[in-house]
Structure formats: structure tokens, C-alpha cells
Ligand binder design. Structure first.
Ligand code: HSE
Length: 338
């Protein structure tokens, strides 16, 4: 069954040579910080770590199967129809009209928490789709692959927002100018930008965090927010760190979602007091992101935030990373002649 939201007409003339299909690939795809604080559903960037890995092997029997999943504490479905990664790989094989001829088995290795605000489902889906495209000899461009990644987000959390999958797939910073049709713009990443992400170990599913948001906003808040978004995009082009600091502020979503995140305002105070350009929620939370222009400052703030959380009996993970401009990468690939 083909997913309703995919229009695959643009793939009808693709020719796939299955004789040269790879036997195995291992792919890494990065975590992402969606929203970039002020750009709800439209801005995001990829980080260097963490990220998920997919190992995909060709099988003699047609069909897509999940061989194993690690790092998920048993939370993700092994049923290939229900698992987002295998479902999207199957959609792609169907769209290319080769699902009756091709079989693959998938190993998914999760290296980041689920429901963390780090684009966990996006990293897995992008890794899976990048892996199958690599095995088939890259018949699809990244632009052509993106709608399948968005479909993965729809399966994972109910809405097809592209602000995690686009940076995970393209690398760097991306702007979702429009969703129908998808219009994604890559934005330059200022060289000195460093993000410190801290994940307080509480579960906030994206689906729940989205339901909380009001669907009406005050015009004066909207004006503030679009001023900030425009200011941030200009700042990224100009590499203007003061303008980044003035612009990365969220008056629309943060006040509502902050209540789901323990110690949010205390963490914000620590970050801003110790040299952060900005601080806010990563994606739908509970991860929080501190933006700096210095790795040492980022590490120091992450440490201080984690210590504060520990004092409040909340375990956490911390990651410090520059913007990952590469996106997914192939870690290994093999070809055995059948
Ligand atoms: N833009 C999405 C949200 C990202 O904030 O709900 C989810 O990671």
C-alpha cells in the first residue's frame, strides 16, 4: 500500500540496475536541533553527534524486514509495516516499482534517546532512506528523497514537519519556506557557532508537545516572532553573532512548552549568565539548546546545567557540537557478486 501523502509521479522514469545493487551499507545520520528557538517548524540544523546508524543488507527474498534494533530499550516496533524506517524504505521501493524484486534487512542502532527533542525519528528515517538509495546506486537526489523522509515524520508523530529531516538529510542549517509543495532552502552556517544540547531524562513525545500549543496567536507576538526569524536568517548570512543573540528568542512556543521541562528557566539563567548567545528548547523538548560562539563556553555551560540538574535529582546527557554541514555519511559499503 502506498502512503497517501506521497506523490511519486516524479520517479516514474527512474531506471534502476539491480545487478549493481550493493550487498550491504552502514550509514550514519545526525541528530538535529529543530526550530532554532524562534523558527517553529521552519528552521533546524544538524549536529555532529549524536546520530543513528542503519546497517542494510540485501536479501534473496523480496521484502523489507527488521533484523534488530539496539539502543531503544525495546520501544520501537520490529514489525516492518509499523516501524518508520522499514515502512519508508518499502514506500521508496514501491515508488520505484521494484518492491517485488528487491529484499533488504535492516539493523537500526539508536545512539540517542527517543522523545528527546533531538530529531530521533528523523535521524533513523534519514539513515534508512539514505542507505537504500546508496544501495541502489543513488537514483534519487536528496531533494527527491526528502518527501519520503517527511512521510517518516508523519508516521512517527502524526505531522509531516520537515524541520528535522531536512537538516538531517542535507546537513547544515535549513529553512522550510513552504510545505506544500516542499520548498527547502539551505542557509550558511557561521563557522564559530557551537551548540550545547542537554537532555534532561524525562520523556516528552513530540505528539504531546504539539497538542499543547495554542493554534491562535496574538498579532503583536507574531510580529515579534517574524522579526526574530528574519533577523536570525539575516544574521546567519552575515555571520553577525550579536544579531544571532538578539534574534534567537521565542515568544510563541517556549512559554507553553517550558512547563514540560523541569528547571527550564533555571537552566536558561545559567546559560545566559555564562556567555550564551541564546538558550531555548531543542525541537519539541525536553532537550534544551545553548548557542555560543566558543566551544569552551559551550562545554562549561553544558557542565553547569548538568550539575544543576543533578542537584535536582534529574539525570541528563550533554552534547557539544558545531553544525554538521555534511548530513548522513556512509560508514561502510560492500558488494558481493550474486
Ligand atoms: N518543529 C517540531 C516541533 C520539531 O517543535 O514540534 C519536533 O522535533
Amino acid at each position: 500500500m502506498m502512503a497517501n501523502n506521497l506523490n511519486v509521479e516524479y520517479l516514474k522514469d527512474k531506471i534502476i540496475n539491480l545487478d549493481s545493487m550493493l550487498s550491504e551499507v552502514r550509514v550514519f545520520a545526525p541528530a538535529t536541533v529543530a526550530n532554532m528557538i524562534c523558527g517553529f517548524d521552519i528552521l533546524g540544523f544538524a549536529v555532529e553527534a549524536p546520530g543513528d546508524e542503519v546497517v542494510m543488507r540485501r536479501t534473496t527474498q523480496p521484502g523489507v524486514t527488521i533484523r534488530k534494533i539496539t539502543g531503544d530499550d525495546g520501544r520501537l516496533p520490529l514489525d516492518p509495516g509499523k516501524n518508520t524506517v522499514s515502512a519508508c524504505v518499502q514506500y521508496l521501493l514501491q515508488a520505484l516499482n521494484i518492491s517485488s524484486k528487491v529484499g533488504v534487512e535492516i539493523e537500526l542502532h539508536k545512539h540517542m534517546p527517543i522523545g528527546s527533542g533531538l530529531g530521533s525519528s528523523a535521524a533513523s528515517t534519514v539513515a534508512g532512506l539514505f542507505a537504500i538509495n546508496t544501495m541502489l546506486g543513488n537514483p534519487l537526489t536528496k531533494e527527491e528523497l526528502l518527501p519520503f523522509c517527511v512521510e517518516g515524520e508523519r508516521l512517527a508523530c502524526g505531522t509531516g514537519h520537515a524541520d528535522n529531516v531536512a537538516p538531517a538529510l542535507y546537513g547544515g542549517i535549513t529553512l522550510i519556506r513552504g510545505n506544500e509543495p516542499l520548498d527547502v532552502i539551505s542557509i550558511p552556517s557561521p563557522k564559530e557557532l557551537v551548540a550545547a544540547v542537554v537532555f534532561p531524562q524525562v520523556d516528552v513525545p513530540t505528539r504531546d508537545a504539539r497538542q499543547l500549543i495554542k493554534d491562535k496567536v496574538l498579532l503583536k507576538d507574531a510580529v515579534t516572532q517574524w522579526g526574530n526569524i528574519a533577523g536570525l536568517v539575516a544574521a546567519l548570512f552575515k555571520e553577525d553573532y550579536d544579531l544571532i543573540a538578539r534574534s534567537m528568542k521565542d515568544v510563541l512556543i517556549e512559554p507553553t512548552r517550558a512547563i514540560l521541562i523541569p528547571q527550564f528557566y533555571e537552566m536558561k539563567e545559567i546559560a545566559l549568565k555564562h556567555g550564551a548567545l541564546s538558550f531555548g528548547i531543542s525541537g519539541s523538548g525536553p532537550s534544551v539548546v545553548t548557542i555560543t560562539r566558543d566551544e569552551k563556553i559551550a562545554e562549561d555551560i553544558a557542565d553547569k546545567i548538568q550539575t544543576h540538574l543533578k542537584e535536582n535529582e534529574i539525570d541528563s546527557f550533554g552534547y557539544v557540537s558545531r553544525v554538521n554541514v555534511e548530513g548522513p555519511r556512509i560508514l561502510d559499503q560492500k558488494f558481493f557478486k550474486a
